[in-house]
Design a protein around this ligand. Sequence first.
Ligand code: CO
Ligand code: CO
Length: 339
Amino acid sequence: MKLAGLEAGGGCAAKYPAARLQEVLSGFVPATSEELLVGLSPADDAAVYRLDDERALVFTIDFFPPMLDDPAAFGAIAAANALNDVFAMGGRPLLALSVAAFPADLHVELVRAILVGAAAKVAEAGALLAGGHTIRDDEPKYGLAVVGTVHPDAVWRKSTARPGDALFLTKPLGTGLVLTGVRKGLLGEPELAAAVESMTRLNAEAADAIRPFEPGAVTDVTGFGLFGHTHELAERSGVRVVLEGSSFPALPGALAVAEQGMRTAGDPRNREFVAGALSLNGLPDTAALLGFDPQTSGGLLIALPAEKAAVVEASFAAAGQFLARLGRVEAGAGVVVYS
Ligand code: CO
Ligand code: CO
C-alpha cells in the first residue's frame, strides 16, 4: 500500500484556504491577556505566552496528509514542518505530541515508520516526543503539537518588518512543483531526493545563524507560498515588500516543471489570497509559479536592516549555509515584484 496514492494534495498544500480562514476568524473575538505575547491579533507562526521575565512558552500545531510514498520521510517532513514554527518565532522546542489519523487497515509497518521518522526529527531538534493521539480516518494525516521556549524580549514576529530592511530566505522554493513533477513522471529520483532533503531540514541552524543579527521580522514560508507569506508580513507590518523575481532560488527540477505550465494543487488558492495586494509587473510565468507554489516545510523569511545584509551574507557563506536575498522593505503597502 502506497501512502501518497491515498491523497493527492498532501503536505502544506492541504492548508485551508487563507482567504476562507480570514473570513472565519473575522467573526471571532480573540482571547487577550497581558501574558499572551502573540495570539490571534495578529496571528503568527505560533502562540507565545509569558511565564516570567526570562521565559515564554511557544506553542504550535501542524499536521497534514502525505505528499510522498516513503513513510519515514513523510514522518520526518511532518515533524520538521511543525517544529519549524517554533524556530520561526525565535524559540527552541522542548516537547512534542503526535497528532495522527490513519486508515484502520493501513499496514502497521507503515504507521510505525512514520512515527520513527518523526521521533528521530524531534530528537534532532533537541526535543522529546512524549505522546500523542491517533484516530481512524480514511485519509492518513500526521503532525505534531510542539511546545518550546523563547526569551520574552526576543520573540520573532512577522508584524515588525520596517522600511529599510532587506529580505532573505533560507531554503530554495519549489517543493510542490517538484513533487508534482515526480508524480507525473517528469522528474526522477535525484530531484525527489533534493526536495526531501530540503523538506526534512530543520530551520534550527538558520535560526541560530540569524539570531546574533537581531532580525526585525521572521516567519517561515509554507502552504501560502512565498507570495502569500510575504503578503502576510507586509500587511501585518504595514509596509511594502519589493521582490526581485530573478533572485528566486529554485530546487533542482522545479523550473522544468513550471516551464511545462504545471500548477500545483494550492496554486489557485494562493493566487486568490494575494489578489489585489500583489503586482507582478510582467514577471515571467516560471518565476510566478515559484512564488505561488505551496511550500512544505519551507525556509525562514527574514527581514533585517539592510546595513547588516553584507555581513549576514558573509557569515552564512562562511558556514556553508543557504541564504538568498529576495528584495527589500519600503514604506507603503502590498507586494511588488520586478523581474
Ligand atoms: Co509558519
Ligand atoms: Co503553522
